[in-house]
Write a protein that binds this ligand. Structure first.
Ligand SMILES: Nc1nc2c(ncn2[C@@H]2O[C@H](COP(=O)(O)OP(=O)(O)OP(=O)(O)O)[C@@H](O)[C@H]2O)c(=O)[nH]1
Ligand SMILES: [Zn+2]
Length: 205
């Protein structure tokens, strides 16, 4: 098993009281969590989000990206449905780590886009590995996901490792003047499906 389950606890949030399940990835020592709500082990497709850590967006309110807004919208959507899972994966900066992301942002401040900056630092555009998702979902008893994402490569990566993605649910939120180019580059170079409307389809409120 590449990840081991460690413990679970209650996690009250403004949206709902989730259960937080902690996992240790043995090869890297990284600590990951899954938030769950309701009965996710009944076999029916589960509304889910596989969210990659973004300290700047998720915790520090950065407007350079759309991560914080997507995290909030996903938790709200799960709360509204009363059932779902959110995998919070500690693969900061698409897998290059926080300090390398700061280096990449520095290059972006000088004119590079998000892909060029990674490449100039000697990294691939996206270094993430979703291999730990399967054992985490198996632990949760989740058989099939309705996955909230705009990234078809994420859907393919999960499908290729044997996770059933019954549906892709778009998550269009967090557009602002600071991340216009960033979102355009994701659409043009990374294949993200950004949609035309500046609203969150998982959270149409
Ligand atoms: N290297 C790098 N990583 C970034 C940058 N901006 C955001 N990230 C990281 O990108 C990850 C989120 O990936 P995104 O490409 O925004 O979105 P996604 O997860 O592929 O797709 P969605 O499911 O639609 O959100 C997080 O780990 C962020 O820390 C950047 O400019 N450079
Ligand atoms: Zn981000």
């Amino acid at each position: 098993m590449p990840v081991v389950f460690v413990a679970a606890c209650k996690l009250p949030t403004p949206f709902a009281e989730f259960t937080m399940h902690g996992f240790l990835e043995k090869a890297t020592g990284r600590e990951h969590v899954v938030l769950s709500l309701g009965d996710v082990a009944d076999g029916a497709p589960v509304l889910g989000r596989v969210h990659s850590e973004c300290l700047t967006g998720d915790a520090l309110f950065s407007q350079r990206c759309d991560c914080g807004s997507q995290l909030e919208a996903a938790m709200q959507a799960i709360a509204r449905e009363g059932r779902g899972v959110l995998l919070y994966l500690r693969q900061e900066g698409r897998g290059i780590g926080l300090l390398n992301k700061v280096r990449a942002y520095e290059l972006q401040d000088g004119g590079a886009d998000t892909v060029e900056a990674n490449e100039r630092l000697g990294f691939a555009a996206d270094q993430r590995d979703y291999g730990i998702c399967l054992p985490m979902l198996e632990h949760m008893g989740v058989k099939s996901l309705r996955l909230m994402t705009n990234n078809p490569r994420k859907v393919k990566a999960l499908t290729d490792m044997g996770i059933t993605v019954a549906e892709r649910v778009p998550l269009h939120t967090g557009h602002n003047p600071h991340n216009k180019l960033y979102l355009a580059t994701k659409a043009n170079k990374l294949g993200h499906m950004m949609g035309s409307q500046h609203q969150n389809e998982a959270d149409p409120a």
